[in-house]
Write a protein that binds this ligand. Sequence first.
Ligand SMILES: Cc1cc2nc3c(=O)[nH]c(=O)nc-3n(C[C@H](O)[C@H](O)[C@H](O)COP(=O)(O)OP(=O)(O)OC[C@H]3O[C@@H](n4cnc5c(N)ncnc54)[C@H](O)[C@@H]3O)c2cc1C
Length: 399
Amino acid sequence: MDLTFSQEELAFRDEVRGFIRENLPADIRAKAGRVPYFEKADVVTWHRILDARGWAASHWPKEYGGPGWTAVQRYIFMEELLRVPTPEPLSFNINMVGPVIYTFGSEAQKAHFLPKIRSLDYWFCQGFSEPGAGSDLASLRTTARRDGDEYVINGQKTWTSTAHVADWMFCLVRTDPSAKKQEGISFVLIDMKTPGITVRPIITIDGHHHTNEVFLDDVRVPLANRIGAENKGWDYAKFLLGNERTGIARVGLSQSRLTRAVELAGTSTGHEPSLLQDASFRKKIIEAEIELKALEITAMRIIDRQRKRNDGHPDPASSILKLRGAETQQASAQLALDAAGPLAAPAGGHFPAGASAIDSPFVDADGAASVYLSSRAASIYGGASEVQKNIIAKTILGL
Ligand SMILES: Cc1cc2nc3c(=O)[nH]c(=O)nc-3n(C[C@H](O)[C@H](O)[C@H](O)COP(=O)(O)OP(=O)(O)OC[C@H]3O[C@@H](n4cnc5c(N)ncnc54)[C@H](O)[C@@H]3O)c2cc1C
């Protein structure tokens, strides 16, 4: 098993580092060191710079504007972005709806949506979860009734992150209420400006506005906005959820948080002498570093398997990366919180529209509590930890 990068892969890593060094706008770089989030405008700006280089959609096939990279190159690219850190390419667009459209969409849908998804002219949000339909997603109740060449959609989505700044939502709706629950679902794209849509904020435990409830009342959507066949949406959703776990270990994110925790522990934040001189705290940092190294090696083992298969399908073992990645992100956020000490009291206020602390690698001393609290969600979104354990038990351990 090869757990080291080849000479070509190291040269590629240098190329990515050089590109980021030369092209990341100074104001975004400066902000990244000081605040625990990027604003929507920063995400859009950096996304477009990457798109102009052909790198925004790092795992798309070349024919749809991807760079045609191997699994290893994609891994290196994402980890380098997280280590700097830069804003990340928008996962809803790049990891989720884009691949569904180029795999199952019509030629007209591909021609219209894919360039706008890559350039972030369209910001998508994900309308999957509903009250009573999260882990058990197939229980969703939002209905779409045919009326001429339109669907009339009624129901409620919840936890819809960034819906308040999104242009479009990809959405699962029930088109055949009489069918078995997985068989009556369709996958539709909804323009967020359509009459009948109400977006209501959910303020999460960190005190910020990342996510929303979305109410759909007689929302008219052209049949042409359905992706693939009617009632086959569950297949597309499963495909999408597999891709969602791409790059999920987020080693670079946890590494940045640990680095910040060490910095904070070395400065005077109310602890005298500094926390870094405390043997029990140093032990915690070392344990976290070891866990992170183990996670990185596991990620390398999984991409080594992908390197050999290279068939473009997600590996079921990515559930291990989701599970351990979430735990490591939470542990590193906890250490930064401990290191910030009394300065960790939340500053209060809301992030600007579209901003999110959830994925932020940076913890300013006075934002540590906010990042710690939002990191709790890492073991819920993208498939809860208990559900990952079920997948590991079944598909990997054969229990
Ligand atoms: C911050 C945040 C952002 C989110 N953003 C989005 C978004 O943009 N779009 C979207 O569609 N959704 C989003 N979600 C929703 C997320 O996908 C769901 O919260 C998640 O799937 C869990 O579903 P649930 O909340 O209904 O909890 P439930 O499914 O009710 O789970 C409750 C508890 O029971 C456990 N459990 C459930 N089933 C099993 C089982 N079979 N075996 C063992 N234990 C089980 C779970 O692990 C969990 O601990 C977001 C959630 C959060 C917290």
